[in-house]
Design a binder for this molecule. Structure first.
Ligand SMILES: [Zn+2]
Length: 160
């Protein structure tokens, strides 16, 4: 019985540790997500501004606000405009890709949080399956024995 109590205590401790770790990661991911969404909104506005630009001054402003590397050539406005738009679009694509990754990790972390209190003894099944071999009339036959998991008492989950 004391062995069972130890296992339960150990499982609970591990679970609390795991949940704390997952919650910290969720907080980090949440911050990153907010930052990226704001950055994407900023870039989308800059892209609109670049597309509507009709002077070099506006392009220069977009370059400054977007921290772009491209340099305008006053005599080649159309070319400059194209290059500015292209760089903003590339930045947008990269930021959207990063956001997608963050969202996927948030989803996976949520699922892991849900699974964190799964009983480690029965892997959430609530029961233990054991095959015993019995000899009957000279023939050995397997017999499945199903017992309720003593750690989670059949619930498959551990309350912490
Ligand atoms: Zn169990």
């Amino acid at each position: 019985m004391s062995k069972l109590v130890d296992r339960l205590a150990e499982a609970k401790e591990h679970m609390r540790w795991e949940l704390r770790r997952l919650e910290e990661r969720m907080a980090e991911l949440g911050d990153k997500r907010v930052g990226l969404e704001a950055y994407i909104a900023h870039l989308e506005k800059l892209l609109d501004k670049a597309k509507q630009a009709s002077s070099n001054a506006v392009l220069e402003e977009v370059i400054k606000l977007g921290e772009l590397k491209v340099q305008t050539k006053p005599t080649l406005f159309k070319m400059s405009k194209y290059l500015v738009e292209k760089e903003v679009e590339q930045k947008l694509e990269k930021a959207r890709g990063e956001l997608m990754e963050i969202l996927q990790e948030i989803k996976a972390t949520k699922q892991r949080k849900k699974d964190a209190n799964r009983c480690p003894n029965c892997h959430g099944q609530g029961q233990l399956r054991e095959v015993n071999y019995v000899r009957e009339d000279g023939v050995v036959r397997p017999m499945l024995r199903i017992t309720r998991c003593p750690v989670c008492e059949g619930g498959g989950k551990i309350d912490y």
